[in-house]
Design a protein around this ligand. Structure first.
Ligand code: KG4
Ligand code: ZN
Length: 344
């Protein structure tokens, strides 16, 4: 199974043999081209995908020692994501499947973030609750069948978790993307230095937004705190602010994820997406899952961020469960709902 991912700023190609065996992957990122804008510029990302697509296909095949002729099926991220960026991957996948005469699976990016864990930890227990946190999404999902039954329980009502990391990093003068820099700074900081707000955790919020997230108030609170310090001519302790901000995000994410598991009677939690690389999130999630008697699965960081292997992993799972392929006119759908695992 050849998997192609181009929903944001990573051009990923992955090759999976059977259901779980990752043969090789190749990844090109345009992240540096976006750095000076402080966020991903869609048109820049699309052009970068166009330039990287053939080299990444070649690199993945070379690493796996396979030829394109050896590929039995192609999977591609059909959505959600940036429309122009998705289009490059979908067009490439269609061309490949026509040229090779093989079936095409247009897949949901979020379900692929869940399926990728199988490459590392083997068959996914179902049902599983999945917490997906990245620069573009923050969702809690009930996964009863990763190929056919994925139900959204909650999502962010404003910024994505990764977006909050990126924006707070900017306030603290750290480079883009900010997540890894905040993670690093926070290691020497005091998470209790400032008690930043935990969005949507009050009793009234929990009634209406039980499994939803909100990070925009937190981001503003950090910005105000820093501003006040700077206006007073006082130094800003970056590690402490980073640690306190990170603690607020991690506290809410893990609290709600564990709540979803216990209330739904699901004893497995999976965390994916770029923010799943966060060391504090991993540590707190491990602790809280252990306390609640839950099994936690988190893929290694390189499989958490966007990549081609995750798409191949979901494609392989679809084939193994006998799912029908997508039509050749399948769309690049920037708003593909998470309930649609395969684009039709
Ligand atoms: O999944 P991803 O590669 O791309 C999408 O956004 O879909 O996630 C990128 C996001 C960025 O916002 C980045 O700051 C965040 O993941 N991130 C982290 C860490 N590593 C990456 N956030 C917190 N801690 C990290 N160690
Ligand atoms: Zn993603």
């Amino acid at each position: 199974m050849l998997g192609i991912e181009t929903s944001c700023d990573e051009t990923g190609v992955g090759l999976v043999r059977g259901r779980h065996h990752l043969l090789a992957e190749a990844l090109a990122s345009s992240v540096e081209e976006h750095a000076r804008f402080g966020g991903v510029v869609p048109e820049v990302a699309s052009r970068a995908h166009l330039e990287a697509m053939l080299p990444m296909l070649e690199l993945a095949c070379t690493k796996a020692r396979v030829r394109l002729d050896d590929v039995d099926a192609v999977a591609v991220t059909s959505g959600p994501g940036l429309a122009g960026a998705l289009l490059v991957g979908v067009a490439a996948a269609k061309a490949l499947t026509v040229g090779l005469g093989k079936p095409l699976y247009g897949v949901n990016h979020l379900a692929a973030h869940v399926a990728v864990d199988q490459l590392e930890h083997g068959p996914l227990p179902e049902p599983t609750i999945a917490l997906l946190v990245s620069g573009g999404h923050s969702s809690l999902l009930l996964v009863e069948d990763v190929t056919a039954a994925v139900t959204p329980l909650g999502a962010t009502i404003d910024d994505a978790a990764g977006e909050a990391f990126d924006k707070v990093a900017r306030v603290l003068g750290l480079p883009f993307p900010g997540g890894p820099h905040i993670d690093r700074e926070a290691r020497s900081g005091d998470p209790a230095y400032v008690d930043f707000p935990r969005g949507l955790t009050g009793p009234r919020d929990l009634a209406g937004h039980r499994y939803d997230f909100s990070f925009s108030g937190l981001k503003t609170a950090v910005a105000r705190w820093v501003e006040t310090r700077e206006r007073a001519g006082e130094p800003v302790p970056v590690p402490d602010v980073a640690a306190a901000f990170q603690e607020a995000v991690v506290d809410v994410l893990t609290r709600k994820a564990v709540l979803a598991c216990t209330e739904r009677g699901v004893d497995h939690l999976l965390i994916g997406g770029g923010v799943a690389a966060n060391s504090r999130l991993r540590a707190v999630a491990a602790q809280r899952c252990a306390d609640a008697g839950l099994t936690l699965r988190v893929p290694r960081p390189a499989l958490c961020t966007d990549n081609g292997a995750m798409v191949a992993a979901l494609g392989a799972e679809l084939v193994s469960r006998g799912a029908a392929a997508s039509p050749l006119d399948l769309p690049a759908d920037s708003a593909l709902p998470v309930t649609e695992v395969v684009a039709r």
